[in-house]
Write a protein that binds this ligand. Structure first.
Ligand code: HEC
Ligand code: HEC
Ligand code: HEC
Ligand code: HEC
Length: 124
């Protein structure tokens, strides 16, 4: 009986450490530069909220540190079929905010496609 309790505790701890993978120090808040105005992105808060790095870092390899989107998504051209950075980010950010809004949950700046909402992300 005791053995089982210890094993369960160990399994719980392993689960805890697996979840504890976090955004790197100094990257908790990202200032994404754009001519439209800088986007202040609460990276760590989003990671906690979302629970899985892969929700955004869709090419992350198991156990590896994710890479910046801009390593594959170019600012100007579609490269190796990866859409331009702006379109990739607008889709990732906007789709989730829109889905949350539709579900009646807290939704952040909603969909990037609604003109009035640009300035909720882009601040000069
Ligand atoms: C809601 C979306 C989202 C989630 C969730 C997320 N990230 Fe990020 N992450 C980003 C964006 C956007 C960037 C900036 C990409 C760029 O500048 O090209 C980024 C950049 C990074 C970078 C590169 C930093 C640099 O400057 O080189 C690392 C490392 C990283 N994230 C790790 C993580 C880890 C680890 C998690 C999970 C604990 C995580 N991210 C969760 C969106 C997210
Ligand atoms: C290792 C390269 C790489 C990295 C890093 C990367 N992507 Fe991608 N991404 C691609 C490629 C290639 C595609 C084209 C379709 C595919 O292969 O999935 C793509 C497609 C996409 C799409 C379009 C998907 C669709 O259904 O239309 C979105 C949105 C996207 N990426 C967002 C991001 C975001 C946000 C980040 C950073 C948090 C990121 N990507 C990091 C390579 C990358
Ligand atoms: C998987 C879901 C998801 C993704 C992806 C996502 N967000 Fe959010 N975001 C949220 C939710 C949920 C909130 C609202 C949180 C609240 O009000 O408590 C939010 C709130 C925000 C806010 C309001 C201030 C704040 O940080 O709380 C900004 C700005 C924001 N998001 C920017 C972004 C940007 C930029 C991206 C893409 C790089 C992004 N979000 C991607 C879910 C997401
Ligand atoms: C959810 C947050 C969010 C909203 C809302 C949003 N954007 Fe963005 N936008 C971003 C992010 C993140 C980037 C990528 C910044 C980078 O290049 O690293 C970006 C990039 C851009 C770029 C290309 C970079 C540049 O230098 O300007 C343009 C143009 C742009 N956005 C226009 C718009 C317009 C127009 C709207 C309103 C219809 C809008 N955005 C709404 C987050 C947002």
């Amino acid at each position: 009986m005791k053995k089982i309790v210890v094993l369960l505790l160990l399994a719980g701890l392993a689960g805890f450490w697996a979840l504890a993978a976090d955004v790197p120090a100094g990257k908790e808040v990202l200032k994404l530069q754009a001519k439209m105005g800088t986007v202040t992105f609460k990276h760590k808060e989003h990671a906690t909220r979302v629970g899985d790095c892969k929700t955004c870092h869709h090419k992350q390899q198991e156990g590896a540190t994710p890479r910046a989107c801009s390593e594959c998504h170019d600012k100007k051209v579609v490269k190796d079929e990866a859409p331009k950075l702006k379109n990739a980010l607008h889709k990732t950010c906007g789709d989730c905010h829109a889905a949350k809004q539709e579900a009646g949950e807290k939704a952040g700046p909603l969909t990037a496609m609604k003109a009035k909402q640009c300035k909720k992300c882009h601040v000069k």
